[in-house]
Design a protein around this ligand. Structure first.
Ligand code: SF4
Length: 75
């Protein structure tokens, strides 16, 4: 059984070790997360629309918001 803190640490480790070729650059990553932070569908770091932890979803460049709210976020 993995507790919440350990789960999040594993997720942050996973994100930091993502291959640079698929990873979102830091400025775009932060813009995506700011949009999520202001979204009504965000609950405890998870998107109610897709069921993902948004930090994980936002970290991969090709991913998108299911409601296309990230479209406004450009590099
Ligand atoms: S991925 Fe989109 S729908 Fe989900 S929390 Fe972020 S902005 Fe909202």
């Amino acid at each position: 059984m993995v507790d919440k803190a350990e789960y999040f640490q594993n997720m942050y480790d996973y994100i930091s070790n993502l291959d640079e070729t698929i990873k979102t650059n830091q400025p775009l990553y932060e813009k995506r997360l700011m949009i999520c932070k202001n979204c009504d569908l965000l609950t405890d770091g998870m998107c109610k629309a897709c069921g993902c932890f948004v930090e994980m979803r936002a970290a991969i460049r090709k991913n998108s918001c299911p409601y296309e709210k990230w479209v406004a976020a450009t590099e």
